[in-house]
Write a protein that binds this ligand. Structure first.
Ligand SMILES: Cc1ncc(C[n+]2csc(CCO)c2C)c(N)n1
Length: 215
């Protein structure tokens, strides 16, 4: 079995907990209180900037120029495409000031940046993968299960369930599998560990949004 299939099975209990979270269920039916979504989006803004930095760092460390280009494009997308989504919601809901980075976000961005800077390249690539893969899976899950009707959060849902984003996810998974295949069993095991940690951090990011958890 490929590294990615095997690793997705490992995190399936975490993924199953994620799609049952009140944050996701209420995002799906549009009943999520605005205050919680605003908190999540303002933290996500800081997340995206730092995630973009981690991706650019991985790009700089890539073994060949093709993978370098791919990760630099991921970084560019994280900054430009996703921040457009944030900007439109910020305008709609009148949030403008830069947020203080709260614990769950702080934990996640520092894990990503330190892994991207100091760990093996393969491990760094695995650490950023849940960000792509879990969002695609959650986006598709919501699109398949949501009821018809107006939803304030539809733009968010469509971003992650979209075809274009799907292609980026497939590419990110493929790159990890290629690197997993060529590396040692020890590093492959650390790739899995980094993937599990990032998946847990995704859970906590949404959980902190729902409970408005601050320092
Ligand atoms: C906490 C958190 N995790 C993942 C994403 C999703 N995401 C952010 S950047 C990017 C790839 C480049 O577009 C993806 C998939 C998010 N928004 N917030």
């Amino acid at each position: 079995m490929s590294w990615s299939k095997d690793t997705w099975q490992t995190i399936s209990p975490i993924y199953n907990r994620i799609i049952k979270m009140p944050f996701i269920e209420e995002l799906m039916d549009g009943s999520l209180p605005l205050e919680k979504f605003q908190f999540y989006m303002s933290q996500d803004s800081a997340y995206l900037e730092n995630f973009g930095r981690a991706l650019a760092l991985i790009g700089a460390r890539a073994y060949d120029t093709q993978n370098m280009l791919t990760f630099l494009q991921f970084a560019e997308n994280a900054i430009i495409v996703e921040s457009a989504l944030h900007e439109s919601y910020f305008k709609e809901f009148g949030v403008s000031e830069k947020a203080i980075v709260q614990p769950a976000c702080h934990h996640y961005i520092n894990f990503l940046k330190s892994t991207a800077a100091l760990d093996n390249l393969e491990v760094a690539m695995a650490a950023v993968l849940p960000c792509f893969w879990i969002y695609k899976a959650v986006g598709d899950y919501i699109l398949e299960n949501q009821k018809d009707g107006e939803n304030t959060y539809q733009a968010w849902i469509d971003t992650y369930a979209g075809e274009e984003f799907g292609e980026a996810v497939t590419k990110a998974i493929q790159i990890c599998d290629e690197h997993a295949e060529k590396t040692t069993p020890q590093i492959r095991a650390r790739m899995t560990e980094a993937f599990v940690t990032a998946s847990n951090l995704e859970y906590h990011f949404w959980d902190a949004g729902y409970s408005l958890r601050t320092w």
